[in-house]
Design a protein around this ligand. Structure first.
Ligand SMILES: *Cc1c(COP(=O)(O)O)cnc(C)c1O
Length: 341
């Protein structure tokens, strides 16, 4: 059996999704004439209670566009030291926007209002960069799929209002947070200036993200997307896949969460595991006991058909997703239980 747990991005379109893509009505989206893209943008804007939305080829481009539209070169944004925007977007914050980061060592990738307030440079002290933006990630990627309580985001919003800072959400896995907690999309729409959401992770579309915001912000975003080279022509085939995913794949995330939680419960009982981080959604991060070489362990499981990755610093990661079947799940549980060291 082959099992791939390296990421929730490895899924293939479901048969229903392929049918929806095949039937998509398309046009030239650079002229804003693709009916499926227009419909998707309207649908997600409405879902989150935002004025407008813009379809993007990737989450990275959506985040980078948001950062560019909220900042000017020389300014500084505040985020957790685990953030995807800081660690995994190729240094785009400095390259694209000329902006630096004031990093917070938060709790599994989450930061709180007090920490944010402590990182704001006094605006009249012209020697330090002007703080203009706060970026949160929900759920956290490197933080192991942790989600925010709404009350914490409200407190951060108050700090942003008081100090005139923008607030952006990297919501690549916001779908998972909403399924795990029952939190409604409008609450996020009301608290953040801009939100990026991803269709190609847990939702299982092949490509695509969206940026949500006010009409004014999305008008700026379309120009920035152009500059970044992100205009797509008959993108409606992809937009239909995304729209289908929201309608038909979203709820399935609870299955991914159940399987991740069962992996955690199992790993915790094994004598070759030192520690398993809390599992709130679909990401399982764990550490081996010191006597086992991480690479040997990865190779050993690879030989048994099970793939996952190392995140460095001794952290191993498994991510559950919609193409990880119950049968595969039972196989993985059996294999890891039977391993001897
Ligand atoms: C995957 C991811 C992104 C970016 O997604 P791409 O579509 O791969 O560019 C952004 N933020 C987080 C938290 C992610 O996990």
């Amino acid at each position: 059996m082959k099992v791939n747990l390296i990421s929730d991005t490895i899924t293939l379109p479901s048969p229903g999704m392929l049918d929806a893509m095949y039937a998509a009505k398309v046009g030239d989206d650079v002229f804003k004439e693709d009916p499926s893209v227009n419909a998707l943008e309207e649908k997600v804007a409405k879902l989150f209670g935002k004025e407008n939305a813009l379809f993007f080829p990737s989450g990275t481009m959506a985040n980078q566009t948001a950062i560019k539209l909220h900042t000017q070169p020389g300014e500084q944004l505040i985020c957790d030291h685990y953030s995807h925007i800081f660690n995994y977007e190729g240094g785009g914050i400095s390259f694209n926007s000329g902006v630096s980061c004031n990093l917070i060592e938060g709790d599994r990738g989450r930061i709180n209002a007090e920490q944010v307030a402590s990182k704001i440079n006094p605006p009249d002290f012209y020697h330090s960069p002007l703080s203009t933006l706060v970026c949160l990630e929900n759920t956290t990627n490197k933080g192991g799929g942790a989600y925010y309580e709404v009350s914490e985001i409200e407190a951060i919003r108050s700090v942003c209002n008081k100090h005139n800072l923008g607030l952006h959400l990297d919501g690549a896995r916001l779908w998972n947070a909403m399924i795990a907690t029952g939190q409604k999309p409008e609450i996020f729409g009301s608290l953040f200036d801009t939100i990026s959401i991803c269709f190609s992770k847990g939702l299982g579309a092949p490509v695509g993200s969206a940026l949500l915001g006010s009409n004014e912000d999305i008008e700026k975003a379309i120009r920035i997307r152009k500059i970044f080279g992100g205009g797509m022509r008959q993108a409606g085939f992809l937009a239909e896949a995304a729209s289908y995913a929201i309608d038909n794949h979203w709820e399935h995330l609870s299955e991914d969460h159940r399987k991740a939680s069962e992996l955690k419960d199992c790993l915790e009982t094994l004598n070759y595991i030192q520690r398993v981080e809390p599992v709130d959604t679909n990401i399982v991060i764990f550490k081996l006991i010191d006597s086992i070489e991480e690479n040997d362990f990865i190779k050993k499981l690879d030989a048994l058909g099970i793939r996952f990755i190392s995140m460095g610093q001794g952290k191993l990661r498994m991510v559950t997703h919609r193409d990880y079947s119950q049968l595969q799940h039972e196989y993985v549980l059996d294999i890891i239980k039977a391993l001897k060291f």
